[in-house]
Design a protein around this ligand. Structure first.
Ligand code: ATR
Length: 286
């Protein structure tokens, strides 16, 4: 049900993130850091928009003087019908995390999650074994981003495992049945030995959730273990991987690089995950 929505935003607001809840979002820290570094005037804000308000927000956003906005849970899929154009990758993923507002108020949706995840993997572990299949755990939006990103990198195939197998089967059917091998949740440990990269995209390991129970004993020496959870930064999975001498990648980079791709779409500037930004973000996670 659509409701009336008055978008009271200051003239100085250039971009923002919408979601529900939104209080925990780190996007303002990231984009504000880069706007300052690039000498871009104005602010990046955050706004709680509930599902009933989404359509009215989108309409109001056309004339609010914004360059664009980020979209987070629970609106990434629901926003698609309200946009004028959706980039092919976002269309394929069925989810938008970045909207660009054109000078005429036209709205284009993008998804920068897959590029964010892969950029972070390549920067953190440039020599990751690309010639081996990858193991992705989970079947939510982040799993879709991981699968799309890895298939784009030409890994031979992706092994996909989710507690609820049917959701993994849907991803395989939609994103490439011939290059996605779905395995049962109880067989996940059997996938470890073949995997060049292992990516946890579930909420397991996050503060307040149980740890992901994955036995890394059979992992190859060159296997890279990537956890998209960033709170805590070092999950039990990453600790277990480190104790076996495996290379690990934490979840903060995905957040930052998906933001970098959005920043490029809005402002045309290439930005980096500089140490100062990492310090600011780690300070927020304490
Ligand atoms: P997002 O879209 O942010 O990736 P999501 O759609 O909420 O997140 O997906 C959460 C993932 O964590 C799912 O793969 C979920 O598994 P189910 O599809 O079976 O629900 C997984 N997950 C959450 N709690 C879990 C648990 N206790 N054991 C196993 N998997 C779990």
């Amino acid at each position: 049900m659509a409701t009336d929505f008055t978008l009271n935003i200051p003239d100085t607001l250039r971009a923002l993130v919408i979601g529900d809840p939104i209080g925990q979002s780190l996007s303002p820290v990231i984009h504000t850091h880069w706007m300052e570094a690039c000498d871009i005037h104005g602010q990046y804000g955050k706004l709680a928009v509930n599902s009933d308000e989404l359509q009215a927000f989108v309409t109001a956003s056309r004339t609010a003087g914004l360059v664009g906005y980020n979209v987070t849970v629970p609106h990434k899929t629901a926003i698609l019908p309200f946009l004028d154009k959706v980039a092919p990758l976002a269309r394929q993923m069925g989810a938008v995390n970045t909207v660009k507002v054109g000078p005429d108020g036209g709205l284009t949706g993008f998804n920068t999650d897959a590029i964010g995840l892969i950029t972070h993997l390549k920067k953190s572990a440039p020599a990751y074994p690309k010639d081996k299949p990858a193991l992705v755990i989970g079947a939510g939006g982040a799993a879709r981003a991981a699968v799309m990103g890895l298939l784009g990198e030409q890994v031979p195939f992706v092994m996909l495992v989710n507690r609820t197998r049917a959701k993994a089967d849907v991803i395989a059917a939609e994103l490439g049945r011939d290059r996605i091998a779905v395995a049962d949740w109880q067989d996940r440990n059997d996938c470890v030995s073949a995997a060049g990269v292992i990516i946890n995209t579930t909420t397991l390991g996050m503060t307040g959730f149980p740890d992901l129970d994955l036995d890394l004993a059979s992992a190859g020496k060159d296997t890279v273990v990537y956890d998209i959870v960033y709170k805590p930064l070092e999950t039990a999975l990453l600790r277990a991987a480190k104790s076996r001498g495996l290379q690990t990648v934490d979840g903060l980079g995905m957040l930052v690089y998906q933001a970098a791709a959005a920043f490029k779409i809005w402002f045309g500037e290439e930005v980096a995950f500089d140490p100062e930004l990492r310090t600011k973000l780690e300070g927020q996670l304490l």
